[in-house]
Design a protein around this ligand. Structure first.
Ligand code: NI
Length: 276
């Protein structure tokens, strides 16, 4: 399989898994795609700015391990980001072929959290064979461990991220439409207005648009849709994933900025918050 085929397969599998439990994203994609199609009948698909993945910082499933599944296909490490309050760190990966999405991988620094979070994450990680995590299909393998809603609620008190990871496991946390790639919208505000007019709520944490042209990146996102999750102690409806929109601006050298803005990403993480 060529690199291109391998990556196409990774992203289409991630996308299919993502929309299967987050049908809102599929509806929004189709609405925007149809809007684009009216402006340009030749448009084939919407371009993804980035795909985001989450994990715990246990070595065999940590961000470096997940990153290798992309670097082996030509991706290289871009920026590093620290989210001190949320006890997260993240790297982004990018590919020389700019039509391929960037990959934003974050991991929870469990040693900075309570023994409960540490034990839950280590137990979860121990159920994954290291060789399993070296296969691309690990990225959409969902949750290989048993989970209870009681533990989920306890984790939630401490870290929304820890709870999300525990409930959902390995899958895309969000996809992001590249607003630069759209022809029928005047910009991010115009796109946001369209999405809201179709009945979808946007994450207002830190303002509807995060970031500024001076920071070279403006982002907005929907609020995560609730989905039914089967736990050992019953089926519960909890926030799953969200859809993001990103508009990049050119830097002094004329190139579009390819990195991320920590203060904006910090607020975007809150799109999966339970208490709003
Ligand atoms: Ni994002």
């Amino acid at each position: 399989m060529s690199t291109q085929q391998a990556l196409d397969s990774v992203f289409s599998n991630l996308w299919n898994d993502y929309v299967a439990f987050n049908p809102q994203a599929k509806r929004i994609y189709e609405l925007i795609f149809n809007h684009e199609k009216k402006a340009d009948p030749n448009v084939k698909e919407l371009i993804n700015d980035h795909v985001a993945l989450r994990t715990y910082n246990v070595p065999h499933i940590g961000l470096e391990a997940l990153g290798q599944l992309f670097t082996r296909h030509g991706y290289s490490k871009g920026g590093e980001y620290i989210f001190a309050d949320k006890k997260l760190r993240a790297w982004h990966f990018e590919h020389p072929d700019k039509t391929l999405p960037k990959v934003f991988i974050s991991e929870l620094e469990i040693e900075k959290l309570s023994p409960l979070v540490q034990e839950t994450a280590r137990k979860a990680a121990s159920e994954i064979d290291p060789s399993r995590a070296k296969r691309e299909d690990f990225l959409w393998s969902r949750r290989p461990w048993r989970a209870s809603h009681a533990t989920y609620k306890k984790l939630l008190e401490e870290s929304e991220y820890a709870a999300w990871m525990y409930a959902f496991g390995f899958r895309s946390n969000h996809f992001t439409i590249s607003v630069n790639g759209l022809k029928s919208f005047k910009g991010l505000v115009d796109l946001n207005t369209f999405v809201k007019s179709q009945g979808f709520a946007l994450n207002q944490a830190g303002g509807e648009v995060k970031g500024t042209p001076q920071q070279f990146l403006e982002q907005s996102s929907t609020l995560a849709e609730s989905t039914k999750v089967e736990f050992d102690d019953g089926v519960f409806e909890i926030p799953a994933c969200y859809y993001e929109f990103a508009l990049r601006h050119p830097m002094a050298n004329g190139q579009l900025y390819q990195g991320f803005v920590t203060s904006s990403a910090d607020k975007i993480f809150e799109s999966t918050n339970v208490k709003r």
